[in-house]
Design a protein around this ligand. Structure first.
Ligand SMILES: [Zn+2]
Length: 180
């Protein structure tokens, strides 16, 4: 988050923040063309933000925001299935499945909350019209429960690992999509 001082300017009205109550959000929109991009990493007068027509959308998006993180190569070395498995112990508490999809493939359905690690290639997941994320090689993200669409990005196949916690009552083996 950029440093906010009384000399920062409110991104909505353009006036100095001064001594008025201020709000600001850390980076939550990456796409410059997104209408909500102006709310990312910028200060606003509280009153300006509360009166803004996009306020509800900002709040909704912020609640949903999925963080895509980089696999820490300096700590764990190159990402691999074996290394992902080591991070999820004891093994009986997790279901771990590896999948490979070809370029251009897509998929969708309903998933349980899980963690997606991308070993190679890139993909996108969307959860409704509001939330579209891309996960690239050596990145991972905690994905929410719910209906999703999945797409392989680029010309390369993708290899990914999904990790989820099976419900305690039924230690049934089934994929995050609930279909395998
Ligand atoms: Zn303002």
């Amino acid at each position: 988050m950029a440093l906010i001082t009384r000399h920062s300017r409110c991104k909505i009205c353009g006036e100095l923040i001064g001594s008025e109550p201020v709000v600001g959000f850390p980076h939550f929109v990456r796409n410059h063309k997104d209408p909500l991009f102006m709310f990312t990493d910028a200060p606003f007068h509280r009153t300006c933000f509360l009166a803004h027509p996009l306020r509800e959308q900002v709040e909704k998006r912020r609640r949903m925001s999925i963080l895509v993180r980089d696999w820490d190569i300096s700590v764990y070395g190159k990402i691999s299935e074996a290394k992902v498995r080591v991070l999820h112990r004891p093994l009986e508490h997790f279901r771990i499945s590896r999948s490979v999809y070809s370029a251009g493939e897509d998929d969708g359905g309903s998933m349980r909350a899980c963690i997606c690690y991308v070993l190679r290639g890139a993909c996108s997941y969307s959860f409704g019209p509001e939330e579209l994320i891309e996960i690239h090689e050596s990145q991972f993200a905690h994905l929410p429960e719910g209906s999703y669409e999945f797409r392989v990005l680029g010309e390369q196949p993708i290899e990914l690992i999904l990790v989820w916690t099976p419900p305690k009552e039924s230690q049934v083996v089934s994929g995050p999509s609930g279909s395998d």
